[in-house]
Design a protein. Structure first.
Length: 134
């Protein structure tokens, strides 16, 4: 069995050749990554981009419809951001407040479970382990 080589003595030499410089790591800026960012930051950014859009359970969709609640793009964006913040803090079932609207969100499934507006006389929230004001 013949082992073929690519002519590089080390991984650094191969990386330098692929990145287009004589020095390993010098091409990091050209590859689209900013220098000084940690692997954890880049991984978090990329994994956030892969997360599915926020979903609404059938119950939550019915509550929004029954209560004539129409979310603006800004409110939906803040609800999504609040949900991600809750997940980042380890909250599994979160109350997310957006303006005067309250949402119970399951962060693991990225799903709004129910929605309440200020006209609702119920302001007791149970079975949550955290809250976010977005």
């Amino acid at each position: 069995m013949k082992i073929e080589t690519n002519g590089y003595a080390s991984i650094e030499q191969a990386a330098a050749a692929l990145l287009g410089s004589g020095k390993a790591g010098a091409g990091v800026q050209e590859s689209g990554f900013r220098q000084g960012r940690s692997f954890a930051e880049i991984l978090s950014e990329k994994s956030d981009a892969l997360k599915p859009e926020l979903m609404f359970s059938k119950h939550a969709a019915e509550r929004l419809s029954d209560r004539n609640i129409a979310l603006t793009d800004s409110q939906l964006s803040r609800l999504t951001r609040g949900t991600r913040e809750a997940e980042d803090k380890g909250i599994r079932s979160s109350l997310v407040m957006v303006d005067d609207l309250a949402f119970i969100v399951n962060t693991k499934s990225n799903t709004v479970v129910t929605a309440m507006d200020p006209g609702n006389d119920k302001n007791v929230f149970t079975n949550i382990d955290g809250a976010v004001i977005a």
